[in-house]
Design a protein around this ligand. Structure first.
Ligand code: CA
Length: 217
């Protein structure tokens, strides 16, 4: 499993990386919260320290949760009940207090990954009104007519089509399409959405003011 290790303590990070590697995982280590927000795309699970040099780990967790269901295990020296409760309430899948016992950590990684894998991915074309989106073939038709989309337009549409009928936030869309939810590319998202609505029909893409967009009306 590709494990994103967010840890600023070199000694802890090296020891954990070695142990994870020995047990068949592929750790990717970053030492800053800002880097975790970019590196999560290439990971199956994150181990998150809370005391980080740039952003507090709980804030990193909150920002991750706004854009991705990536399983997160908090690994921290903060063992007080208030921190544990906050971590779990913010969406941590598990919370372990350092020093961590290796085999317990490995077992918890497996347990969290097992639960996360239980979700059912979308398969087959997504149909919304007269709009048909085949994500695998990257083909889009409206009323049976093929529609030409740019790569970015398709990426935005695909991000919406993975959750038909569900409101998707601007941050989620920017994270999935541009790889960074908090970078100032939001104008570019608007441009692509305008193009998409022109090509697909306004009724097929609903704007949710102050939040994001939804496929379907
Ligand atoms: Ca730390």
């Amino acid at each position: 499993m590709r494990i994103l290790l967010v840890e600023d303590d070199n000694g802890v990070a090296d020891a954990l990386s070695d142990s994870l590697t020995q047990h068949g995982h592929r750790p990717l280590r970053v030492d800053r919260g800002a880097d975790a927000l970019l590196a999560h795309h290439d990971s199956d699970l994150a181990l998150l320290d809370l005391g980080l040099p740039d952003i507090d780990g709980l804030e990193v967790l909150r920002k991750l949760r706004a854009v991705t269901p990536l399983p997160v295990i908090v690994l921290t020296a903060r063992g007080d009940e208030r921190s544990v409760v906050r971590g779990l309430r913010l969406g941590a899948d598990d919370y372990l207090v350092k020093p961590v016992r290796l085999f317990e950590l490995l077992a918890r990684i497996d347990a969290v990954a097992r639960r996360a894998g239980a979700g059912v991915p979308v398969s087959g074309p997504v149909v919304v009104g007269d709009l048909v989106i085949d994500l695998d073939a990257r083909r889009v038709t409206v009323g049976g007519r093929a529609v030409d989309l740019t790569t970015k337009e398709f990426a935005v549409l695909a991000a919406l089509a993975k959750r038909p009928g569900v409101a998707v936030s601007r941050e989620q869309l920017m994270d999935e399409v541009w790889g960074d939810a908090y970078l100032a590319v939001s104008r570019s998202l608007d441009v692509h959405l305008t193009q998409l609505r022109a090509k697909l029909g306004r009724e097929n893409l609903t704007t949710i003011r102050g939040f994001g967009y939804r496929l379907g009306d």
